[in-house]
Design a protein around this ligand. Structure first.
Ligand SMILES: [Fe+2]
Length: 358
């Protein structure tokens, strides 16, 4: 069995004054609510909002975490703080998950994230924005025990309706408060119970994909490249683009030029690009003369390709091509990944994705 990544099952402290996520949430909720519904702390949410209103709170907060005001702080938090404490860099979940766990409510069944497609090296973070204790908090099973328990479930062919109970009995409550950050991995079993306390727990969760690690079955678009500074999706509307097609090597062998073109044009429509040139590589030459011309910016400044896995199979040639792209300022938009190099996907992410496919 591959040994899971260690440095997990850990707790860190961060300065709330510098990263006041809970206060930002309170301010945002109050700004869209009548004065009668204003709250001073997130843990009092249930005193102003009925259970049926929680969906509306999620809507407000999920919209907020996509906005530059939150994103600027969140990205700084990840880059300046989180990467530092876990001693890694890589990409991170663009928008954190939000959990609101009111009295008598329940959030998630016991599970480990690996079951739902997160790669084995993905690092999970859980961050309470309120006091979290007793039954309002997240419950987790220590990593080594998680592995043993999950193996047993499989060996004993435990029915799905019994899984939650088995895992719940092995889990312990994580005690936390704002300023604490907990870290575990995709094999760590976790879940929640019915909240019998009289306070609401609100927490954030997010994931980091260390450089070169596999994202599992999650689309790479789930993660944001650490070097990316763009807060909005890259806007390519109205930009002129060249379609580049080759179906001789790598993954592209399995997709005919027509299939590649269909996907590319669909993506280019979504992005509002204007395709001015539609070219196929010189089929009798293996050194990709047309692709080199494209990334040097000789045709248009945006090159549309089927997939990063359709880049040359030779590592050295790929390196040279990506280097040229960075120098010329050309953007390569990959239709399958829906990512643009170098803004939304880095060279190391391209290499990691290839390892997955080949
Ligand atoms: Fe989870």
């Amino acid at each position: 069995m591959k040994k899971p990544t260690t440095y997990l099952d850990k707790k860190f402290h961060y300065p709330v004054r510098d990263f006041p996520f809970a206060q930002l949430f309170v301010d945002r909720l109050n700004s869209v609510a009548p004065p009668s519904k204003h709250i001073s702390e997130l843990e009092k949410l249930h005193t102003k909002y009925e259970r049926e209103e929680i969906a509306g709170l999620y809507q407000t907060l999920y919209a907020f975490v996509a906005e530059p005001e939150f994103q600027t702080l969140y990205r700084e938090f990840i880059r300046e703080y989180v990467f530092g404490v876990v001693g890694t860099t890589g990409s991170f979940q663009g928008r954190p998950g939000i959990r609101i766990h009111p009295p008598n409510g329940k959030t998630v069944q016991f599970h480990c994230d690996e079951w739902y497609g997160h790669g084995p090296d993905v690092i999970n973070f859980w961050m309470p924005l309120t006091r979290a204790f007793s039954t309002n908090t997240l419950f987790a099973v220590p990593l080594e025990r998680s592995i043993v328990e999950v193996e047993q479930l499989e060996r004993q062919k435990v029915r799905i309706e019994e899984i939650n109970g088995v895992l719940e009995s092995a889990a312990h409550a994580i005690e936390g408060e704002p300023g604490m950050l907990f870290c575990f991995n995709s094999k760590t079993v976790h879940g929640s119970k019915t909240n019998t306390t009289d306070i609401t727990r609100v927490s954030l969760d997010f994931r980091i994909l260390p450089e070169g690690a596999s994202p599992g079955t999650r689309p790479t678009s789930y993660f944001i490249c650490a070097e990316s500074n763009s807060l909005e999706k890259v806007n390519l509307k109205g930009k002129r683009a060249v379609v580049y097609i080759d179906s001789r090597f790598g993954l592209s062998r399995f997709f005919s030029p027509e299939q590649q073109r269909d996907l590319i044009l669909k993506y280019s429509d979504q992005k509002g690009l204007v395709v001015t040139i539609d070219e196929i590589e010189i089929q009798t030459m293996s050194h990709h003369p047309l692709l080199h011309q494209c990334v040097e910016g000789k045709l248009e400044n945006v090159v549309l390709m089927f997939s990063s896995c359709a880049l040359p199979t030779d590592r050295e040639e790929r390196k040279i091509l990506l280097e040229k792209t960075r120098k010329s300022g050309v953007l390569i938009a990959f239709a399958r990944e829906q990512k643009i190099f170098p803004l939304e996907i880095s060279e190391s992410e391209i290499e990691a994705a290839r390892k997955e496919v080949f």
